[in-house]
Unconditional design. Structure first.
Length: 364
């Protein structure tokens, strides 16, 4: 007969503990983990859009008193978490680690949200507070309890065709799923169009009223009988130039206008000064020409005097020379005449010849 192996008591205790742990872990795995449960906040079809000027908002209150506001303006969606029913930044909750894990339309992740995950800095697991997304298409502003997402054409189409919009958030340790009924999403766009049409109609009516008022005013003006207005004749005065300035014309001005009088007198003074300057230049030019003429006259007189003196000196010299020549020629001729000769060069002096010397006819 084989005897069973007897295990030490310490080993038996260890095996017992392991069995208990395995059983406990299986029990826990089969049961719901209370820390993994998400808080569900739902806004059904009874929650209507609240309209503003080209804006629409849906608000829902959670069991803990927190309010979730879905805002839409035709360009973007905004989810804001507040402590009151008013969708205002003043009442917004402040978070330190706000996470947006997913945004779905009818259970399908929105393409624009996936794009934001792919274009977030550092990681793409969820949209994290404090991290930026390229071009700010998505903005997680947890410190203001706010998430903003700009809409693309695809995202607009999915919202228009969708029935529900789900935000999977993790503002703190427990996840929060906020679900909005959007079966009336197109109603918001219709309301926006209605508001625009109303504004356009009001503007058109205002413009028509202005045109009608203008036409009425024009018609009334056309029937008004003009009243003859007697023009006021103002007394005129003149700023006269001083004597000696006949070329200047008087300047007329209103007698009671001191500024006009001063301006007219100033113009006259300026014209007089201009003429005086011209006269001064003319007088200077005339004086310059007079002096030049006087200098030329004196120069001519001096030249004439020198010429006359030169001529007189020359005449004296000629006379002296002539007398000397005459005396010498007479001496020669007297010698010829004494010898009975009558030379032709002595014909000039024949009057000084002796009486017996007759003119020589051959000397002609």
């Amino acid at each position: 007969m084989n005897q069973g192996v007897v295990l030490p008591m310490s080993v038996l205790r260890l095996l017992t503990c392991l069995a208990i742990l395995i059983t406990s872990s299986q029990a826990i795995s089969k049961s719901d983990n209370p820390f993994n449960k998400a808080v569900i906040v739902a806004a059904g079809s009874d929650v209507q859009w609240q309209y503003g000027d080209q804006t629409a908002t849906k608000s829902v209150k959670a069991k803990d008193g927190t309010w979730y506001h879905l805002f839409y303006d035709g360009l973007k969606l905004r989810l804001r978490v507040t402590t009151s029913a008013e969708d205002s930044l003043a009442g917004a909750r402040e978070f330190n680690d706000f996470a947006v894990k997913d945004i779905k339309v009818d259970g399908k992740r929105m393409k624009v949200f996936q794009w934001c995950l792919n274009n977030q800095e550092k990681h793409s697991r969820f949209l994290q507070q404090g991290l930026t997304v390229n071009k700010d298409i998505c903005q997680n502003m947890g410190e203001q309890g706010t998430y903003v997402m700009r809409l693309t054409r695809d995202s607009m189409t999915s919202l228009e065709q969708g029935k529900s919009l789900l935000f999977e958030l993790k503002p703190y340790r427990t996840a929060v799923h906020v679900k909005f009924d959007i079966s009336d999403f197109n109603d918001a766009n219709k309301e926006f169009k209605k508001q625009i049409d109303a504004v356009m109609a009001a503007a058109a009516a205002e413009e028509a009223a202005k045109k009608e008022a203008t036409a009425a005013a024009s018609a009334a003006a056309a029937t008004v009988v003009p009243v003859a207005v007697t023009p006021v004749v103002k007394k005129k005065c003149k700023a006269e130039p001083p004597k000696g300035y006949a070329s200047l014309k008087a300047i007329e001005y209103d007698c009671d206008d001191a500024a006009a009088k001063s301006e007219a007198n100033a113009k006259i003074d300026k014209q007089v000064a201009s003429i005086n300057e011209q006269r001064k230049k003319a007088a200077a030019e005339a004086e310059r020409k007079r002096k030049e003429a006087e200098a030329a006259r004196l120069a001519r007189e001096e030249a004439l005097k020198r010429e006359q003196e030169a001529l007189a000196a020359s005449a004296a010299i000629q006379a002296e020379l002539s007398s000397d020549i005459t005396n010498k020629m007479l001496a020669v001729c007297k010698k010829q005449w004494a010898e009975g000769n009558s030379r032709c060069y002595c014909e000039k002096y024949i009057e000084f010849a002796p009486s017996h010397i007759k003119p020589n006819p051959d000397c002609n």
